[in-house]
Design a protein around this ligand. Sequence first.
Ligand SMILES: [Zn+2]
Length: 201
Amino acid sequence: MDQVKTGAFIAELRKEKGLTQKEVAEKLGVADKTVSKWETGRGLPEVSLMMPLCEVLGITVNELLSGEKISADKYVDKAEEHLYELQTLKANADRRLLSIEIVLGVLSIIILLSLTMIASYLQMEDWLRIVIIVFAFAVSITGVGFALKIEQVAGYYVCAKCGHKYVPTFKQVFWAAHCGRTRHMKCPNCKERSWQKKVVE
Ligand SMILES: [Zn+2]
């Protein structure tokens, strides 16, 4: 993918349609600066914005990523190439998310332990102890909730029985027995329960 070429292509099509950067930004719910960033090749649109942007410009995602209109005979080759590149982008984003999960999990535990210690050993009024403990639990439960949400959506789980890769529901991830990120869940493909590993690609 060539960001500069894609950027110039976005600018060209936008002008053909008689739209300003501001109008495109409004249609997509992003800042004007973001559109300008794409057009000058300083960044690609996020994957979730690619389809809406293509709709505004009247092109396909395949063409957006090529930075030009694609003839029918080259279409499949280009699509495969881009699919691979998008998968790599997603895998990198997922890896970043999963490292955030670790930070969140560790922080939640530290906050819970340190506040519980403070509430247990320091001299203070009883009501204050209760407030601190309730606060500590609320913060750590929220932290762990976000961490679990990340684990659910980043990457995939692989069924140990049939090798099927999938994204489970939050409920499944929440209730599953786990050892690190490996969770015991039912595979939607073969319906068997197994210990499923987390993968990003
Ligand atoms: Zn399976």
